[in-house]
Design a protein around this ligand. Structure first.
Ligand SMILES: *[C@@H]1O[C@H](CO)[C@@H](O)[C@H](O)[C@H]1NC(C)=O
Length: 152
């Protein structure tokens, strides 16, 4: 490989990894726990209010005044999402998602309005055993294109 190509490839593969903070990986059909932990202030059980959102718009899961409220839940997440009420006293408001779908991929937000806290979690769902090599190929394509441009 041309040295310039190597440099471009390194840059492309590095930017792939540095991009975001909390990342969760899942496999299609499997399960993932999206972490949301805040221990500076622990809410009384009947105060616990948590809004889980996907891409800041889809309603994934709501807890209001200590109770789960699913009337507004996006049908996509029906019977697939849950929190762990026994963990609330430890400041753990993590969300478990099961039967993962490729459409679940995105940025999740855990809002804790009483504490004015917002946490961001990135979920990635792998399609299956071949997903790894195809995402590798996906980052390789722009690198190869750039190499061709540089060489011309
Ligand atoms: C929060 O609770 C879930 C479910 O019990 C657990 O899997 C996870 O490890 C907990 N997170 C922390 C930081 O304790």
């Amino acid at each position: 490989m041309d040295r310039r190509c190597l440099v471009v490839w390194l840059l492309v593969s590095l930017t792939d990894k540095v991009s975001s903070q909390v990342k969760v990986e899942g496999v299609k059909g499997g399960k993932a726990v999206l972490p949301c932990v805040y221990t500076k202030t622990i809410m009384e059980r009947d105060m616990v209010t948590i809004f889980w959102r996907l891409n800041d718009e889809k309603k994934v899961y709501d807890v209001a005044a200590g109770n789960t409220v699913l009337t507004q839940q996006d049908p996509e997440f029906k019977a697939r999402a849950q929190t762990f009420p026994e963990e609330y006293s430890k400041g753990n408001y993590s969300l478990s998602l099961r039967d993962l779908r490729v459409t679940d991929v995105g940025t999740y937000f855990c809002y804790i309005p009483p504490l004015n806290v917002k946490q961001q979690i990135q979920l990635h769902v792998e399609d299956g055993p071949e997903a790894r090599s195809s995402s590798m190929r996906a980052s390789l394509v722009p690198a190869v294109l750039l190499c061709l441009i540089l060489l011309l």
